[in-house]
Design a protein around this ligand. Sequence first.
Ligand SMILES: *[C@@H]1O[C@H](CO)[C@@H](O)[C@H](O)[C@H]1NC(C)=O
Ligand SMILES: *[C@@H]1O[C@H](CO)[C@@H](O)[C@H](O)[C@H]1NC(C)=O
Ligand SMILES: *[C@@H]1O[C@H](CO)[C@@H](O)[C@H](O)[C@H]1NC(C)=O
Ligand SMILES: *[C@@H]1O[C@H](CO)[C@@H](O)[C@H](O)[C@H]1NC(C)=O
Ligand SMILES: *[C@@H]1O[C@H](CO)[C@@H](O)[C@H](O)[C@H]1NC(C)=O
Ligand SMILES: *[C@@H]1O[C@H](CO)[C@@H](O)[C@H](O)[C@H]1NC(C)=O
Length: 494
Amino acid sequence: MAPWWYTAGSALLLSLQAAAWNYSTYSSMGFQPPKLEVSKTGTTHPGYIFLGPRGDVQDAGSAALIYDDAGDLVYEGPEQVTANFKIQKLFGKDVITFWAGDMMSIGYGYGTVHILDDTYKEIYTVKLTGNFVSPDGSSKDSYCDMHESQITPRNTLICTAYNVTQHDLTSINGTSSQWMLDSQFHEIDIATNQVLHSWSALDHEADIPLTTSYQGLGKDVGTQDAPYDAYHINSVATTNHGYLVSLRHMWSGYYLFQNGSVMWQVSGDDGADFQQIGNVDFSWQHDMRVYNETDNGLVLNLFNNANTPTNEEAETTGISMAIDLDKKTVTGLRALADPNDPIHSVSQGSYQLLSEVDSHAFLGYGSISKVKEFDSDGNVVFSAQFGDDNAVASYRGYRCQWTATPFWKPSVSVQTTSSGATVYMSWNGATEYDNWVVYAASSATSTNNTQIIATAKRTGFETSATLVDPPTTFIQVVARKDTTVLGTSEVVSF
Ligand SMILES: *[C@@H]1O[C@H](CO)[C@@H](O)[C@H](O)[C@H]1NC(C)=O
Ligand SMILES: *[C@@H]1O[C@H](CO)[C@@H](O)[C@H](O)[C@H]1NC(C)=O
Ligand SMILES: *[C@@H]1O[C@H](CO)[C@@H](O)[C@H](O)[C@H]1NC(C)=O
Ligand SMILES: *[C@@H]1O[C@H](CO)[C@@H](O)[C@H](O)[C@H]1NC(C)=O
Ligand SMILES: *[C@@H]1O[C@H](CO)[C@@H](O)[C@H](O)[C@H]1NC(C)=O
Ligand SMILES: *[C@@H]1O[C@H](CO)[C@@H](O)[C@H](O)[C@H]1NC(C)=O
C-alpha cells in the first residue's frame, strides 16, 4: 500500500526517488535501518532518538527504531508501520509505547497501541473496539488511530479515532447526506480495554462549526470511500479541567470541559477567543501540549507545520505561547527554526519539551525525515536525518531516556577466515552492556564455558572480534558491563 501521504505529495515524491538513502546492515541480525546522519553542534539533553520511519524505506528498516547520538542503532522492533514510538510513565515506571497498524491514504489509521516493559516484553495491548464504520465498510481488529497514544496521569490511555458517518454538509455547499470523518478520542482503561470516556467533534457542532474548516469539500470528496475530513484530530492532552484537542483542519486548539463542551478555542489565524500578541500565527499544526496550567492561564507548545500538500503559509516552526485567561490574550514566547535549514513540512510532526529546567526542545519534522534539538536560546544543538525529504516520514520523533535489558539473548554470527574466524555480536535493545567476552565451548550443549578466547569493547550496534587459531569450533559470547554478566548467547558452531 502506498504511504498515506503519497497521493498529496506524489509530485515531490517522484522527483526525489532517484536519490538513494543509505542503510546499515549487520552480520548478527537481518536489520536494515536507514542510516541516521547526525550533526551535533552543541550540548544535547541525555537520551536516545526514537523514530518510526515509513514510506520509501526498505522493508527491513520500516519499524520502531532507537538510535544513539552517534547515529548507531540501539533497537529495532518488528517490521511494521508504527507511530508515537516513545517512553511514557505507567504506574510510575518507564514503558515503551507505540501504535502499529494500517494507515489510510488520507492520513489516519487503524491499529493497536503496544506497551512494553524494560525487557521489551509486551505487558499491555490496547485496542479500541465498538461500532465504528470504515471507508470500505470492513471491520477492524482495533480502531485506534495513529495520531495519539498518550498515557494520562491517571494511568489510562487516550487514542484518537476517525469514524465514517453521514452528515448534512449543506452549510459548506455539500448535500444533505454526505459522508465525512468524525474526529473522536477515547480514554481507555489499559488493563481491560474498557472505554472510560469518549468525545466526538460532531457532537459539538455548535462550538466547532463545519464552516470554520480550512479543508475545502473537494468535488471528489463526500462519499463513504472518500469521506470529507473537516477536523483532522491529531493530539489530545489532559488538562486540569478536561482536555486540549488539536484539530489541524481548523488551525485551532480547543480546551474541553470534562463534559466535552468547548471552554475556549485558540486559533492560529485570528486567535479566536484570544487577542494575539507577538508571533502566534500557526496553521495545519500538530502536537499541542499544555504546561504550567493555572486557573488564569497556561503555556501551549505546538508543531506549526504552516503547510499542507496544497497550501503553503510559511516556514515550519515549533512555537510556544502563553494564554492569559483573564486578559484574554495569547502571547508568543518562542518560535524554533533552524536558520541554516528552513523546513516546509506538509504533514505530521512533533514538539517535545525535553526539560522545563533548560528548555531544550526536540522537533520531529514529520514528512521531512529530520529531527532537531534546540537549546534554551533557540539554537540548534543537534540535527539528524534518516531519509530523503518527502520520501521517508516518521509521524513524530522523540528524544527519550531509556534503560533496558532485553528478555532475549545476545545474537552472534561467525565467519571463518584463513587464520581463524571473525565473531559478530549484538544484543538488540540492550542499553547497559559495554563489553563482550568470547568463550570457547566444548560442544553445542556445553553451558559452563570458562576459556576466554577474545574480548572486545562495545562498538555501536554490532561488535566484532577476531579469533586466531580458536581451540574449538564452538563458541559462546557474553555481554557485560565492566565484569558483570548481563546476557549470554546460545552456543554457536562454525
Ligand atoms: C551514502 O554513502 C556514500 C558512500 O559512503 C556517500 O558517498 C553518500 O553521500 C551517502 N549518501 C547519503 C544520502 O548519505
Ligand atoms: C460511526 O458512524 C456510524 C454511522 O456511519 C454510527 O452508526 C456509529 O454509531 C458511529 N460510531 C461511533 C463510535 O461514533
Ligand atoms: C458556497 O458557495 C457560495 C456560492 O458559490 C460561495 O460564495 C461560498 O464561498 C461557498 N461556501 C463554501 C464554504 O464553500
Ligand atoms: C459542561 O460543563 C461546563 C462547566 O461545568 C458547563 O458550563 C456547560 O454548560 C456544560 N455543558 C453541557 C452541554 O452540559
Ligand atoms: C513553567 O513555569 C516555570 C516557573 O515559572 C518556568 O521555569 C518554566 O519554564 C515554565 N514552563 C514553560 C513550558 O513555560
Ligand atoms: C564449571 O566449570 C568450573 C571450572 O571447570 C568448575 O569449577 C565448576 O564446578 C563448573 N560448574 C558447573 C555448574 O558445572
